[in-house]
Ligand binder design. Structure first.
Ligand code: PMP
Length: 394
């Protein structure tokens, strides 16, 4: 065992008993390079983070430029830091009018925590409604609204007054009532194994929230920034949330999260109490500079449209008797084999062939395909050939 691997196991806290433990020396575009010289085609994109690919030159240049000016200078919200302001302004320009004000935090889960607080402030209510099989993050509030009991049961007590409805089931919308502060929904469920709701349910959800005065929160941490073939997944449905939660790809590979709402809502966080939500590092100038560059790249290079095209190509090529279903939209795909053991063997086998796939938190019978959105037709064909060869060996 190398010294680095031994220290990895001894001194670095672990999250699972079986980490892949590839020793990474570089990453560029759609590829990751390990110390043994092996190149991997990345079908994970850092878990929906590297939407514009690894180390896009414009993102790296923006990081270097900002690092040459200033790093962290003061906790969020005090000074005028151009990268923060410019990214917030740019986000407003690509979002509907009612989502015109952004608060930057450090991660997806923190953005969800803050969104819940904001919804309570706006409504003066406490009840929260979320969906079965959802994933919203690993901190206490986000875990409370996560619909995966296995991830929660060791951490109780969690937030009170949280209720779960079935995703995409019309009759359960009755749970949303005049006591409800917020309804939190992934517009396409990610870690449940990529589940797309019907447009009618999404419209009924919006209508119900509006009718009872509950805040509709869309968690687009995983679906955001082109992943599903639209800049944001709510664009597929024509349904606009009251609060939009962002993370992952927002920082172009740097750690960041955000929640977005109308400026008049956000103002509630400035009084009674003052500093109603605060963070030291939120909106780090280097991360915002990277995020702004990544957003421009995503739009300039047509990556959102490419995600749609390449997603269709994956679906066209992944036809095999061992595949039960390929679900998804854009480059947010789940290949369901109907059997967890087979998924393990295919993911491991692909890794040996230099193709990195990955699992889902709450769907053991499927593996995920979520590469950088700049993936080319040639790479998609290569990936599908490798996957098909592994499926043949089952
Ligand atoms: N919401 C969704 C929909 C997610 O997929 C994730 C991460 N998988 C999170 C929230 C949590 O984000 P983070 O890991 O940055 O806290």
């Amino acid at each position: 065992m190398s010294e680095l691997l031994s220290a990895f196991h001894t001194h670095l806290a672990q999250t699972s008993p079986f980490p892949i433990a590839l020793d990474i020396v570089g990453a560029e575009g759609c590829h990751i390079t390990a110390r043994n010289g092996q190149q991997y085609l990345d079908l994970v994109a850092g878990l929906a983070v590297n939407n514009v690919g690894h180390r896009h030159p414009k993102v790296v240049a923006a990081i270097k430029e900002q690092a040459d000016r200033y790093l962290h200078v003061i906790p969020y919200g005090e000074f005028l830091q151009a990268p923060q302001v410019l990214l917030a302004e740019r986000l407003a320009s690509v979002l509907p009018e009612s989502l015109n004000c952004t608060y930057f935090v450090n991660s997806g889960t923190e953005a969800n925590e803050a969104a819940l607080k904001l919804a309570k402030r706006i409504t003066g209510r406490t009840k929260l409604v979320a969906c079965h099989k959802s994933y919203h993050g690993s901190t206490h509030g986000s875990l409370s609204i996560t619909g995966n009991e296995e991830k929660k049961y060791r951490n109780r007590p969690l937030l009170p007054d949280v209720h779960f409805m079935r995703f995409n089931v019309a009759e359960d919308l009755d749970m949303i009532d005049a006591r409800t502060a917020a309804v939190v929904v992934e517009p396409v469920q990610g870690d449940a194994g990529v589940r797309i709701p019907g447009a009618a349910w999404m419209h009924a959800l919006r209508a119900r929230c509006t009718a009872v005065g509950a805040m509709l929160i869309f968690d687009e941490v995983q679906t955001g920034f082109g992943r599903t073939g639209k800049l944001f997944a709510f664009g597929h449905f024509g349904v606009v949330p009251d609060i939009l939660v962002l993370g992952k790809a927002i920082g172009g590979g740097m750690p960041m999260g955000a929640f977005v709402s109308a400026a008049e809502h956000m103002r509630l966080l400035t009084h009674d109490p003052v500093l109603g939500h605060i963070t030291t590092f939120g909106g780090h100038p280097v991360n915002c500079a990277a995020g702004l560059a990544a957003l421009e790249v995503l739009l300039e290079e047509g990556m959102v449209e490419n995600a749609l095209r390449m997603g269709e190509l994956f679906k066209e090529l992944l036809v095999h008797p061992a595949i039960g279903e390929v679900r998804g939209t854009g480059l947010m795909l789940a290949v369901d084999l109907g059997d967890a053991g087979k998924v393990q063997r295919v993911v491991q086998g692909c890794l040996q062939r230099g193709v990195l796939g990955f699992w889902f938190l709450s769907c053991p019978t499927a593996f995920r395909i979520a590469p950088p959105l700049c993936i080319t037709e040639e790479l998609v064909r290569g990936a599908c050939a490798a996957i098909t060869q592994e499926l043949d060996r089952l």
